[in-house]
Design a protein around this ligand. Sequence first.
Ligand code: FAD
Ligand code: NAP
Length: 313
Amino acid sequence: MLDLAIIGGGPAGLTAGLYATRGGLKEVIMFEVGMPGGQITQSSEIENYPGVIEVVTGMELMQEWPKQCGRFGLKTEMDEVKRVSENSDGTFHIVTGSGKEYDAISVITCTGSVPKRAGFKGEEQFFGRGVSTCATCDGFFYKGKEVAVLGGGDTALEEALYLANIASKVYLIHRRDEFRASPATVERVQNNEKIELITSVDVDEVYGDKMGVTGVRVISKKDGSVREINVPGVFTFVGRDVKNDVIKTENGFLCDVNAAGEVIVDLKMQTSKKGLFAAGDMRIDAPKQVVCAAGDGATAAINAISYVDEYKG
Ligand code: FAD
Ligand code: NAP
């Protein structure tokens, strides 16, 4: 019986592993389907992780984390977790892609969430070179420049407002002329003189050169007219897919999730199922930053230690 199973080896999972093992749990396994490090390893530069003054790649930022965990006894299984279920005694059963099975007193799930792609031409080619899904991460690179934002939900409008504080102008591009964001947010956007609304358009292409994005072409759905918007940055916010498959059951989920599939947790990262914790980008209200995911992982581990201690009496 494991003390703790950690699912996902991104910033949340690795930090959970560090705190759990250093905090005294003996049998802890972190399951990771790829290489530990998480989605930040795809980033070519990160400059907002506290204490790391130089701009580094995501890979560079994460490379020491697994080694640090290993010093305190964290075991890593390079295996995909397929499903977590509850045993009749309240412990958890874990099944992996390679067919291995484990039981654990507690589980921290931190499998992340991924931004959806919008599907326009140039999106993949320029992803990370002008096309971004994270204003907090990349907005600063466009200080004093013009940018475009795609989407009409709360995220797109809130991020457009955030970017308007940094960029000289924000073009908010949406495929309809009504927004699904909350009316108060729509009003704030409409009243922001740095934001121009471009509605009822389809994005035809984001184009650029060797240096990155130089513009976006949109086509009016009303009259077919074409408009070229010359911007070096295009931020897309068209929804996210939460990676919550591991906690799916035949009838729903092992614990409460919201309509978007994000795991509902309290301030201890405890889910509605005792002994099951969730951390990082997959939880409700996650700021989707490395430092926040790491903080969640630490919080979850500290509370998992208490839970395991109590369970063992
Ligand atoms: P993730 O990093 O997504 O890690 C989840 C891990 O779980 C992954 O390694 C995945 O392989 C694994 N996993 C998933 N399912 C399973 C399974 N079934 N079994 C086993 N393993 C599984 N944040 C910043 O703070 N600053 C930035 O500048 C910044 N820039 C970014 C740039 C890019 C291009 C991207 C994509 C993200 C950026 N972020 C940035 C956001 C940051 O990467 C995330 O907020 C952070 O990685 C979330 O950590 P996490 O541990 O919750 O999830
Ligand atoms: P969302 O509500 O699903 O909105 C996605 C937006 O992207 C929609 O406007 C959609 O257009 C557009 N879109 C989807 N696919 C597209 C494509 N391929 N090309 C162009 N546009 C596309 O996602 P979200 O904004 O990330 O919000 C997710 C959930 O979190 C929502 O429930 C939201 O209310 C909530 N949230 C709340 C807050 C808050 O309360 N402060 C903040 C952020 C998010 P259509 O409108 O035409 O479908």
